[in-house]
Each structure stands twice: as structure tokens, then as C-alpha cells.
Design a protein around this ligand. Structure first.
Ligand code: URA
Length: 239
């Protein structure tokens, strides 16, 4: 693995912010390979160097979880020949094997979990787990009670089976409508196809929650943060 700055490594492993880490270094609380190190810019190899803070070895994090606010215009993949991917927004060189949990369309915005915990991702995506995914959508056309009923009954979108019941909340209805939809599956273009099946077009789509995870307004498009301990606990408990 590539070498990285000591302060960056320490803050990435949760030791504190870059400035807190600098203070710890000043106070001689960090050793690299048995020697006190005061230099934040010291290059370390997390695979090879022994980094000890306050007498405790700082291990490289095995699994990491990030809540990303996906902007429109990037694809939910780890690599693409032509397109910008969601991974281009992450700067976490110390985390290996990160990938997005599930997919959002290139033009869809919103909450995307990025992790290297394959087991949790598998459980979250399992159709048997029925993890709620809520989207805010803008629709060309009027949304009526009959659409809500149809969504609750499940929609034929041309697949083998109808969709599971979906909860459709009308926020504004008119020539252009605003809604919230909660689904428990993740079929290809599911929301767009559900509206298409009732004769309407989705003009804007944003995922605002997934299970216990909520996209807060303060997390700007294209940025991300680590999951909080209680969010991770709820996520693991829920699936
Ligand atoms: N449904 C869609 O149509 N697109 C998405 O990106 C997610 C759900």
C-alpha cells in the first residue's frame, strides 16, 4: 500500500481531527516503529510500520462505512471506462475495497452507502430483508389518489412479478407534482418505471433515506462522512 502522511493516517483511523492529531504529536504521544514521532508530515506505510498512540497500536481499519451524497452525473460503480464514478469523490487511500451498496442511476442524486463490508452490503440488498428506501421525486403530471392505491397494490412494470407495495406520499399535485415514495426493492430504474406504468414521467429523483440512514441537509452534494456508531449499530440490527 502507498505511504501516507502520519497525521492523515491517524485522523483516518478515528484518532481525531488533523489539528487534534498535530497536538498529540507535539505532546510526544505517538511512536512510529518504537520511536517518538513529532512530525505530522512523516510518511508511514500502514501495512508495514508499527504506529502506537498513547501506548496503543493503531490498527488499520478493516471495514469502513461512508454515507455519500451522490450528485447527478456520476455512475454507481467502482470503475468505468468513460464515466466519472462515485469513487472519484472519495479520498480514503487507507481503505481498501470500497464499493457502493446498490446503484442509483447516473441522473439520480442522494444517499449512497459506500463500504468494504461485503457481508453487510449483501444483507442490505437482499430482497428478503425488505430494507425501506425513500425517494423524493418530481413528476411531470398530476398525481392522484388512484396512483397511491396502485402503488400500494404493487405495479406491473413488465417484470415477471409486480413490485412489492410502495408507499406514495403526495407533497404537491398539479401539472408538475412532488412526491415521496418508499420501496423495499431495488429493481432496475424501479421508481421511473413505476411512474411510467401509471403514465407519468420522473423529472428529478433523489434518495433521502435507506433503512435507518437519513441524508441530512448539511451533507452537500459530492461530499461524504463516516457513519456514526449508532447508525451502524441500527443498520446491523435492522438487517
Ligand atoms: N429508481 C430509479 O428509477 N432510479 C434510481 O436511481 C433509483 C431508483
Amino acid at each position: 500500500m502507498a505511504k501516507m502522511r502520519l497525521d492523515k493516517f491517524l485522523s483516518a483511523t478515528g484518532a481525531g481531527t488533523r489539528s487534534e492529531v498535530k497536538n498529540l504529536l507535539k505532546k510526544h504521544q505517538v511512536c512510529v516503529n518504537g520511536r517518538i514521532c513529532k512530525k505530522p508530515e512523516q510518511k508511514v506505510d500502514p501495512d508495514k510500520d508499527e504506529i502506537v498512540m498513547n501506548g496503543k497500536r493503531i490498527a488499520y481499519e478493516e471495514v469502513s462505512y461512508f454515507l455519500f451524497h451522490k450528485p447527478s452525473g456520476c455512475v454507481s460503480a467502482t470503475w468505468d471506462k468513460k464515466e466519472k464514478t462515485v469513487m472519484d469523490y472519495l479520498n480514503e487511500p487507507q481503505c481498501r475495497g470500497l464499493f457502493p451498496v446498490g446503484r442509483l442511476d447516473k441522473d439520480t442524486e442522494g444517499l449512497l452507502l459506500i463500504t468494504n463490508d461485503g457481508e453487510l452490503a449483501h444483507r442490505m440488498l437482499s430482497p428478503k430483508k425488505h430494507v425501506d428506501k425513500t425517494y423524493y421525486a418530481e413528476i411531470e403530471g398530476e398525481i392522484k389518489e388512484e396512483d397511491q392505491k396502485a402503488f400500494l397494490e404493487g405495479i406491473d412494470i413488465g417484470d415477471e412479478k409486480k413490485t412489492l407495495p410502495a408507499n406514495l406520499v403526495i407533497l404537491e399535485s398539479g401539472k408538475k407534482s412532488k412526491v415521496k415514495v418508499t420501496i423495499q426493492e431495488g429493481r432496475y430504474h424501479q421508481i421511473k418505471r413505476m411512474f411510467e406504468a401509471v403514465g407519468k414521467e420522473v423529472t428529478y429523483l433523489k434518495r433521502i433515506s435507506m433503512g435507518p440512514l437519513k441524508l441530512e441537509d448539511s451533507l452537500k452534494k459530492g461530499t461524504y462522512r463516516r457513519l456514526k456508531a449508532e447508525e451502524l449499530e441500527q443498520l446491523k440490527r435492522g438487517c
